[in-house]
Design a protein around this ligand. Structure first.
Ligand SMILES: [Zn+2]
Length: 478
């Protein structure tokens, strides 16, 4: 009774917002011929799913996920690879997972990059003096002592840079000011800008921060040097400053910059992935369902959104199910990845260590690393048969008005190795239109997170993982 009335209340509250996001998501229609018994079996999970929703969204666990993320981020702050803060957050997670009563709680080692951000500054010296807020990009080398004084060459694209003569770029600082298209497209300048500028003889590179919106703060992120190309320092400046430099440059002004970066790279650092389980009643170490997010972050902000939220709902989904006495047939394994930001290192090592026994060990992968805002549906990757089953599971989420089902080639960076090997996987869709406003910047704080949305994310995470782990058949893989 209580469950029923709760569901109606939720529907009533939510209906005022329905339609806002509904049209933006393209639904996928799979051609499905479902076995009638299996269909009935999945539909039979409706009441347990509603029980999970009730307890996490309105009942005894309501608000706990936000509290847990707050405690993690207020206690340890940012958690960059190679820092003691990340390692302490890892120790804390192990201790708290055990206290939550999760099983087989342990860590598994993974070598991660050890890049150190030193003192950094950028100043426009001429034609007028202005400090340019700047963040070096992960793995960037520093400038020579005293910094670099050089004129700027401002371009909007790699093609525009390519069209210039080497003499025009030699000894200059290339500033890339691409238009925002998407994270993937605009992010190329962050990932490959240093190499492109160095090939033309530049002494340093700056990029417009990879974000669609800005209130004057730079956004960092990882970059990679190209083998055989001279390594030069690279950093991000704000959208405001980048676009101003572009306008001034286009008017023919000479822009003198002074950049100081005391950043450097050390030998790789031994970090750890954190693993905790809700052990299955029938299968313990086979056909495991993985739920995951990354514990490491950048060193600016506190990484509440990227990705303490995703890591915490993955961990707490198990805690809540356990406290409710819900234990599926197969094990649900929470993995809090390390070293994601600087190149998915934790996930890479985990894959290397487990790939040999993958046939027996795993059945399904979940990853949450695109925000924990109001969830609206699921992205799925896998074969048609698994897709048809998962689409039916998503229908169980209707009481929270979470109904969108899409297929995707990619459910997240940390589980990509398994997806490539043919395992089915899923991520949830959420109202993350503002995700890149805060991403990799000082803005990634608890202010971005809402307790109500986190409860819903944790609820659908727990419910989806429970059903996939408990069904009579494992999810078919390609
Ligand atoms: Zn992330």
């Amino acid at each position: 009774m209580i469950v029923k009335s709760f569901i109606w209340l939720l529907l009533a509250i939510h209906s005022s917002f329905a339609g806002v996001h509904r049209d933006e998501h393209r639904k996928t229609e799979l051609a499905c011929t479902m076995d009638e018994n299996l269909l009935q079996e999945i539909q039979g999970y409706q009441s347990v799913v509603e029980q999970i929703f009730y307890e996490i969204v309105r009942g005894r666990f309501a608000g706990q996920t936000w509290e847990s993320i707050m405690e993690l981020t207020d206690t340890f702050g940012p958690r960059m690879s190679g820092t003691e803060q990340l390692e302490k957050a890892i120790d804390y997670s192990v201790e708290r997972m055990r206290r939550d009563g999760l099983e087989n709680v342990h860590t598994e080692e993974a070598l991660v990059p050890h890049w150190v951000r030193g003192y950094e500054s950028a100043v426009l010296m001429e034609p007028f003096y202005k400090k340019l807020p700047m963040l070096g990009l992960g793995s960037s080398i520093g400038t020579p002592k005293g910094g670099i004084f050089a004129n700027a060459v401002v371009v909007m694209s790699f093609e525009e840079l390519e069209s210039l003569s080497n003499e025009a770029v030699q000894g200059k600082i290339v500033v890339f000011v691409p238009k925002w298209v998407s994270y993937g497209v605009t992010g190329q300048y962050r990932r490959e800008g240093a190499a492109a500028a160095a090939e033309k003889g530049a002494v340093a590179a700056l990029i417009r921060s990879v974000t669609p919106f800005s209130i004057g703060s730079p956004h960092t992120g990882v970059q990679t040097y190209e083998a055989g190309v001279k390594q030069i320092p690279i950093a991000a400046i704000t959208v405001e400053d980048a676009e101003m430099l572009l306008r001034k440059y286009r008017r023919g002004e000479t822009l003198k910059l002074h950049i100081v970066m005391e950043d450097y790279n050390l030998d790789p650092f031994m970090s750890r992935n954190v693993i905790g389980e809700l052990e299955g009643t029938v299968y313990s170490n086979m056909s495991v369902v993985v739920v995951s997010g990354h514990l490491d972050s950048w060193d600016v902000g506190v990484g509440a959104m990227d990705d303490a939220g995703g890591a915490m709902i993955s961990w707490k989904a198990l805690t809540y199910l356990r406290d409710m006495g819900l234990r599926p047939r197969r094990t649900i394994r929470a993995i809090l990845w390390t070293g994601e930001e600087q190149g998915v290192w934790g996930a890479k090592h985990y894959y290397e260590d487990h790939k040999r026994q993958q046939e027996e060990e795993f059945s399904f992968f979940f990853e949450a690393d695109s925000g924990t805002f109001n969830p609206t549906g699921f992205d799925f990757v896998g074969n048609n048969q698994a897709g048809c089953i998962f689409e039916e599971i998503v229908k169980l989420m209707a009481p929270l008005n979470i109904t969108d089902f899409r297929t995707t080639p990619d459910a997240g960076p940390d589980i990509s190795y398994w997806v490539t090997d043919g395992f089915p996987a899923a991520a949830f869709i959420n109202d993350n239109e503002r995700y890149f406003w805060f991403h990799h910047s000082e803005g990634d704080s608890m202010l971005v997170e809402s307790s109500e949305s986190l409860d819903k994310c944790a609820a659908i995470w727990a419910a989806a993982a429970y059903v996939v782990a408990d069904m009579s058949i494992p999810m078919p893989r390609s």
